[in-house]
Design a binder for this molecule. Structure first.
Ligand SMILES: Nc1ncnc2c1ncn2[C@@H]1O[C@H](COP(=O)(O)OP(=O)(O)OP(=O)(O)O)[C@@H](O)[C@H]1O
Length: 292
C-alpha cells in the first residue's frame, strides 16, 4: 500500500484548506446505504489514482475491494477516512457528506480503520493500545478531570468496560497485560482490529487484514471478521489480496484496475466475469491467487 503522503499538494491531500464543516446530527435513524461513494475522482500530479469510482455499502454488509498493485484501493480508504480530498464526487456516511470533514472527526462519526502495516504502540500493553481507540469517546481531559473528578472517573470506567468487551470478543485475554511489541504477528493484527472495534464504529475499513499471516492466523482472522459482521452488525469495507478470503467472506466485490471500476458483483459473479479475469485474476478463474 502506498502510505498517505502528507506533503502532497492540494486539492488531493489532505483536507487543509477548507473549514471543517460540523456534520449535523441525523434527526432520525438513517435508512439506505451506510456508505455511498459517488463518482469519485482523485488525481495526483500526472496520476489518476481513482477514476470515477462509485459504490455503496449497505448496513451490515461486507464489501471487498480488489485489484492489482496501484489500482487505487488504498486511495479509496484515504478518501473515506478524510486523508485525501478528491477532485470531484461525493462520499456520504449515513447520508452525511464526508468531503471536507477532517480525519479525526470522521473517526468520531463512526468510521474506524485498520492499516496494512500495523500501527500500534509497541511498548504499550494490549489493553493500553485498545484504550487509545476510546480516545474519541473521552470528553474529559486532564484539567477537566480535576474539576469533574466523579464524571471523569465514571467515563474512564465506561471506556474500560468497552475495552474489556473487545478483549473478550477477540479472545485477547492471554495477552492483555503484555507489550504489543512482544506478541506474535497474528495477535498484533488482531489487537489492531481490536483498537478499531474499541471505537464502536458503524463502518470498519480493513486494510489487508491477513497480509503476511500463515494459514492458521488467516483462519482465525477470517472467523473474527465474520463475527464482527454477524454479531456486531458492523458494515465492513475490506481491501485484501487473499482471493480465498475475499471469495469466502464478501457479500459483494468491487474490482478496480488503474483506478477504474471493472465490475461490482457477488463473489460468484465477479469470478466468472471475463473482464475481471483478464484484468486481475489471471487467464483462468482457477488460477486466481491474488496480485499482492
Ligand atoms: N500520495 C501519493 N502521491 C502520488 N501518487 C500517489 C499517492 N498515493 C497513491 N498514488 C498513486 O495512485 C495510484 C494508486 O495507488 P494506491 O496506493 O491507492 O493503490 P493500491 O491499489 O492500494 O495498491 P497496492 O495494492 O500496491 O497497495 C498509484 O499509481 C500510486 O502510485
Amino acid at each position: 500500500m502506498t502510505p498517505p503522503d502528507p506533503t502532497s499538494p492540494d486539492p488531493t491531500s489532505p483536507n487543509q484548506t477548507s473549514p471543517d464543516p460540523t456534520p449535523s446530527p441525523p434527526t432520525r435513524p438513517h435508512e439506505g446505504p451506510v456508505l455511498e461513494f459517488d463518482d469519485v475522482t482523485l488525481a495526483f500530479d500526472g496520476v489518476t489514482a481513482i477514476d470515477g469510482v462509485s459504490f455503496h455499502v449497505d448496513p451490515g454488509e461486507l464489501l471487498a475491494i480488489i485489484g492489482p498493485n496501484g489500482a487505487g484501493k488504498t486511495s479509496i480508504f484515504n478518501v473515506l477516512s478524510g486523508v485525501y480530498r478528491p477532485r470531484s464526487g461525493s462520499v456520504r456516511f449515513e447520508g452525511r457528506e464526508l468531503l471536507g470533514v477532517r480525519p479525526h472527526r470522521i473517526a468520531a462519526m463512526g468510521i474506524a480503520r485498520t492499516f496494512q502495516n500495523i500501527e500500534l504502540f509497541a511498548h504499550l500493553t494490549v489493553v493500553e493500545n485498545l484504550m487509545l481507540g476510546r480516545h474519541h469517546h473521552m470528553r474529559y481531559g486532564a484539567l477537566s478531570a480535576f474539576a469533574w473528578l466523579g464524571r471523569a472517573r465514571r467515563e474512564e470506567l465506561a471506556n474500560r468496560a468497552v475495552v474489556e468487551e473487545v478483549v473478550d470478543f477477540l479472545e485477547l485475554a492471554p495477552w492483555r497485560r503484555m507489550p504489543v511489541g512482544l506478541l506474535p504477528y497474528g495477535v498484533r493484527k488482531r489487537v489492531e482490529l481490536g483498537r478499531a472495534l474499541a471505537m464502536e464504529p458503524r463502518v470498519l475499513l480493513l486494510d489487508e487484514p491477513v497480509a503476511g499471516m500463515n494459514a492458521e492466523e488467516t483462519e482465525d482472522m477470517a472467523r473474527f471478521v465474520l463475527d464482527v459482521r454477524e454479531e456486531l452488525g458492523i458494515a465492513i469495507v475490506m481491501v485484501e489480496h487473499d482471493m480465498g478470503l475475499v471469495m469466502d467472506l464478501a457479500d459483494r466485490v468491487l474490482v478496480l484496475d488503474f483506478g477504474r471500476p471493472v465490475r461490482t458483483g457477488t463473489p460468484a459473479e465477479v469470478q466468472r466475469d471475463p473482464d475481471v479475469v483478464r484484468a486481475y485474476l489471471g487467464e483462468s478463474p482457477r488460477t486466481a491467487g491474488g496480485a499482492g
